[in-house]
Design a protein around this ligand. Structure first.
Ligand code: MG
Length: 174
C-alpha cells in the first residue's frame, strides 16, 4: 500500500526531467499537473520558459495533457497558449480523468507519465494507473488550502517512506 506512494522518478522540477530518457523508455504521453508543477499560483499564464519547454516536448512528439483540480478559468490560458489538451476540476486523487485519457488513446499504461508536485494527487494516482510517476518540488510557496491539507498527510506518508528507506526528501533519482 505505502509503496504506491513512491515515485518512479524524483527530480527538482519539470526543467530537470530527462525527457530524452523518457523517449527512450517509449513514453508517448505526458500528463502535467498545473499548480506548482508547471506554474506557481501567482502566474496567470505561461511564461516564456514554459512555452519553450512545451514547444520542445511537442517537437519530440510527446502527446501532452494538463490535468488540474483547478477551475476552467485558471486552466484555460495554459491550455490555449501552450496548445495542449487539458482537464479542469479533475477531482484528483480520483482517477476519472486519467482513465478517460487512457481510454481515448491507444497507449499502454507504461507509455504514459504523470508529472506533479503532490504525492497523493499526482504520484499515488499515476501509480494506481500503472503510469510512470514523476515527482517534482513545488515551484511556488503559495498553496491552496486544500493543498495545505494534502501536505499534512503527505508529510506523514513521507515520514513512513523515509523510515522504510523507500524515499527521502531531497534525494533525487531517475
Ligand atoms: Mg500541484
Amino acid at each position: 500500500m505505502i509503496c504506491k506512494f513512491v515515485p518512479d522518478i524524483y527530480t527538482k522540477s519539470i526543467y530537470t526531467i530527462d525527457y530524452k530518457m523518457l523517449k527512450k523508455q517509449k513514453i508517448k504521453c505526458l500528463i502535467f499537473d498545473l499548480d506548482n508543477t508547471i506554474a506557481p499560483l501567482t502566474l496567470k499564464r505561461p511564461d516564456k520558459k514554459l512555452i519553450d519547454l512545451f514547444e520542445e516536448l511537442k517537437d519530440m512528439n510527446f502527446k501532452i495533457y494538463i490535468v488540474s483540480n483547478s477551475i476552467k478559468k485558471r486552466v484555460e490560458p495554459f491550455k490555449n497558449i501552450l496548445g495542449v489538451d487539458s482537464a479542469y476540476l479533475s477531482m484528483k486523487p480520483l482517477l476519472r480523468k486519467y482513465k478517460k485519457i487512457f481510454n481515448i488513446n491507444n497507449y499502454k499504461d507504461n507509455q504514459i507519465a504523470v508529472i506533479g508536485d503532490e504525492l497523493i494527487n499526482d504520484v499515488w494516482c499515476a501509480n494506481r494507473m500503472n503510469f510512470v510517476s514523476i515527482f517534482v518540488n513545488p515551484i511556488g510557496t503559495k498553496e491552496y488550502v486544500s493543498t495545505k491539507i494534502g501536505r499534512f498527510f503527505e508529510n506523514i506518508i513521507i515520514e513512513k517512506l523515509t523510515n522504510k528507506k523507500l524515499f527521502r526528501k531531497g534525494k533525487y533519482y531517475d
